[in-house]
Design a protein around this ligand. Structure first.
Ligand SMILES: Cc1ncc(COP(=O)(O)O)c(C=O)c1O
Length: 382
């Protein structure tokens, strides 16, 4: 609180229409902005940024209270949040989040990549987790305003960006399982380094046959915090064996390919590109969607279907599998060079970057950093 008092209160309030007033969910009119009086030292060595370790000067906060809806949107100095030890999120994990980036474009403009898709997905997660929905347009505006305030934190070097982490968590001080009546929506930002400082690099993947990430009917299609807790053990074990990430199989038959680590996965069989269909246990990635749309616009045949790991193994054996790659906000495209499935270890495309992986990476990153014409209208200026 002391810190807050020190801060200059600047009324950069933003007028927002009372959109869903009839539903009584939103009661938002303006975002109050309180700028820090103690700005942090910005990192000088952008090659040492890493991922998610440094946080900017401000954060967005908004509260939900039953009867009041989402209210009191504000941008305030980045600081610890005080909640009760009994807060529901600690006990029952009612929490979800999003991950997106702001890019410094060629002409100095700050760009977001399909931010409305992230907010739509956040509401999909909210719905499943009994978290009251947010106003998607309002949330995008809040992100824009926060990034605008933090514009000097968006790094300049090739491949760097400002990672944006919106998240919602339940704060009812009550150890009893029920949908929360009190929640906080927070957005924090972190300058992040280039994922591939030395260019695209194929990864080693371990096909996980013991643990599962999600099942249809569960939370797999959401960005629930719980999904990531469930994935840690398999990830840690695969790292011990020298692999970068695991390839998740379906939770019922352990037969069908689902995702790779925290990415969606694609396999190239000659002139057909196959990715697992979204049937409830897979997160619908925004990079996945953009990859499918780009490939189709280039004339490729993209099939979304159930894909058995044995089919992948067979194709790897007989040379039909020409490329495999993961897609996600962090890495954009991550080529798979080595795939370990049981006793077999397959090398895909000589453990080299495939031409399609490279083409997709180049095109997606060119759009994200404003270097290519945004024909599909994906970039949103801050
Ligand atoms: C489990 C999981 N799958 C897929 C993705 C890729 O989604 P996106 O392309 O929206 O980053 C992510 C990362 O956000 C993820 O956490």
């Amino acid at each position: 609180m002391k810190n807050a008092k020190k801060c200059a209160k600047i009324d950069k309030s933003m007028k927002i229409a009372k959109k869903d007033k009839q539903k009584g969910v939103f009661n938002l009119q303006k975002i109050n902005v309180e700028l820090t009086k103690n700005p942090k030292q910005k990192p000088t060595d952008e090659s040492a940024l890493g991922f998610g370790k440094i946080f900017t000067d401000h954060m967005f906060l908004m509260n939900y209270d039953e009867g009041q809806g989402w209210h009191d949107p504000r941008i305030v100095p980045y600081a610890p949040i005080s909640i009760e030890p009994s807060a529901m999120v600690f006990h029952y994990g009612q929490a979800d989040f999003e991950g997106m980036k702001a890019y410094r474009g060629e002409n100095g403009k700050l760009l977001l990549f399909r931010p409305e898709k992230n907010m739509q997905r956040l509401n999909l997660s909210n719905e499943r987790l009994c978290i009251p929905k947010i106003d998607e347009d309002f949330a995008v505006e809040a992100i824009k305003q926060l990034v605008n305030i933090e514009q000097d934190w968006v790094p300049h070097s090739e491949g760097t960006s400002l990672y944006i982490r919106p998240f919602i968590f339940a704060v009812d001080p009550c150890v009893g399982v029920h949908p929360a009546k009190h929640l906080i929506f927070c957005i924090i930002c972190s300058p992040v380094g280039a994922y591939y400082p030395e260019g695209l690099n194929p990864v080693k993947i371990y096909v996980e046959q013991n643990y599962v990430r999600a099942v249809t009917g569960g939370l797999g299609f959401t960005k629930a915090a719980a999904n990531y807790a469930a994935s840690l053990k398999a990830q840690a074990d695969s790292e011990k064996l020298g692999y970068t990430q695991v390839l998740w199989l379906d939770g019922v038959e352990r037969k069908y390919v689902e995702e790779v680590g925290t990415m969606n996965v694609f396999f190239v069989f000659g002139d057909e590109v196959v990715t697992p269909a979204l049937q409830g246990s897979i997160l619908g990635g925004i990079t996945r969607l953009s990859t499918i749309e780009l490939l189709r616009s280039w004339g490729y045949k993209v099939t979304e279907r159930r894909l058995a790991i044995d089919e992948v193994a067979q194709a790897a054996k007989n040379g039909k599998l020409t490329e495999a790659f993961g897609t996600g906000t962090a890495a954009v495209i991550s080529p798979i060079g080595i795939l370990k499935y049981g006793d077999d270890v397959f090398t895909i495309n000589n453990n080299e970057i495939g031409s399609l992986s490279q083409k997709l990476y180049d095109e997606l990153t060119a759009i994200q950093w404003g270097k290519a014409e945004d024909k599909l209208g994906w970039s949103v200026e801050v």
